[in-house]
Design a protein around this ligand. Sequence first.
Ligand code: HEC
Length: 327
Amino acid sequence: MKIINYKYLYLGFVILISLGNSSAISGASRWGADYFPNIPLTTHEGKKVRFFDDLIKDKVVVINFIYTHCGDSCPLETAQLTKVQKIMGDRVGKDVFFYSITIDPKNDTADVLKEYRKRFKAKWTFLTGKKEDIILLRKKLGLYIDGIQDGSNNHNVSLIIGNQTTGRWMKRSPFENPHVLADQIGNWLTGWKAAPKPKNYANAPTLRNIPRGEQMYRTRCATCHTLDGNELVGALGPDLLGVTERRDKQWLFNWLKAPDQMLKKKDPIAMALFTKYNNLVMPNMRLNQQEARALFDYISDETRRLSGESKKMQSKISNNLGNLTTR
Ligand code: HEC
């Protein structure tokens, strides 16, 4: 677990950087209305809102900062979020709220944002406000770099994903695979959201200590793979139940380390899978040996657990049948 940008780690603010290094950090977090500035903002429709009260309170949110005449990174970010929005469907605006806030309010009026939003077929809320307020907000969210920020429109390209109810926040690269992002936003955060609401952060329930392999699997693999022997029609990737038994160990390590390289070398198994799964290349997640091992351990454990369960079921069924015949 590597945390960079120490400078931007504000009290209790949990920032997880890049999938390659992610893991949940547990710990008491107790910031609410008193931590986040309740700054006034205006939506692309000209509606006046308050940041804390109207945008994030009791919600799962995705926040990024943009400006409309930014040539490179913002359009990419917006396009990427559009993909995430598409994957998440009607959960956006219901379970999960996306906000793009301009860092250039002088040029980005509500009307300009409205136009921009339309161009990207974005369905979420774009916001403008007072420059100082927005800088304060970016500082609080850990998305502000002194020096290169002021005066120029360079900005720290990042997304913040958060769940105000549980006080979990993390920083994400918007260039993450959109399926992975959608999965994290949708399942992981709303999973927490669904938990009973603690009276205050100090009483927040402690989460089960999830083993590393399981956690990695959930955050990095579950978007494309199932692990229960029930592969869905049109699944993005193969079901992984029993994969540690059906494939050579070295092959699996090589695969996880660099699937793209295996395809480049025309490994026959990889090529066959690639064709079968619609020519989708599994992303190279730069997993190291240790991470790969943790993942394989988890997959093996699940395989054993589930096959144990199906054996139990079978013996139950045959016992029942036995009872029937002896009766
Ligand atoms: C974006 C989707 C995606 C993600 C995320 C992903 N995979 Fe894959 N995976 C695939 C696809 C697609 C294939 C089939 C080969 C191909 O087309 O590249 C595959 C193949 C595999 C295979 C070989 C399966 C077999 O039957 O031999 C393993 C093992 C595997 N993935 C493990 C993982 C693990 C572990 C993770 C998480 C660290 C992961 N994958 C994340 C898409 C994905």
